[in-house]
Design a binder for this molecule. Structure first.
Ligand code: THU
Length: 144
């Protein structure tokens, strides 16, 4: 699949079920909130992420970031990532935090859709390019 089609209901259902699978890997003894993420790649790979907490609370890493870092470590190219899905056992939609949005802008293509599910499987979709207004990127750095 070259591109994730955001109106493909079958693909959205499958992505939701992948995110639920990922949630099972959550290590969240402190918040008792499980979050799961899944990245699909052009060549059909699925990369999973879950939130990993720590007794030193601030060291917690969100599900989205563990998935994106894992994709990077697996050698998946930025342009080969076609969708990122997120699900959580929150009551509402699994909106990514600001830190994860910043990392998305770095590691995912701007055209990549981010699908945020609620616990009933309803979803909202936003592209990485629209994920945070005025986002800081490498283009803002001085050319050294
Ligand atoms: N969490 C995520 O995994 N992703 C987000 O975008 C928001 C928050 C996790 C972090 C922590 O383990 C738990 O949810 C409660 O904040």
């Amino acid at each position: 699949m070259d591109k994730f089609l955001v109106d493909d209901q079958k693909a959205l259902k499958e992505l939701y079920s992948d995110c639920l699978q990922a949630m099972k890997k959550s290590y969240s003894p402190y918040s008792k909130t499980a979050v799961g993420a899944c990245i699909w790649t052009k060549d059909g790979k699925k990369i999973y992420g879950a939130n990993i907490e720590n007794a030193s609370y601030g060291l917690t890493v969100c599900a989205e970031r563990t998935a994106m870092f894992s994709a990077h470590l697996d050698g998946v190219k930025k342009e080969d990532q076609i969708v990122l899905g997120i699900a959580a056992d929150f009551t509402g939609y699994a909106y990514p935090c600001g830190a994860c949005r910043q990392v998305m802008a770095e590691l995912l293509p701007f055209s990549c859709p981010v699908v945020m599910f609620d616990p009933k499987g309803n979803y909202k979709i936003i592209n990485v390019g629209e994920i945070m207004p005025g986002i800081f990127t490498k283009d803002d750095l001085k050319n050294l």
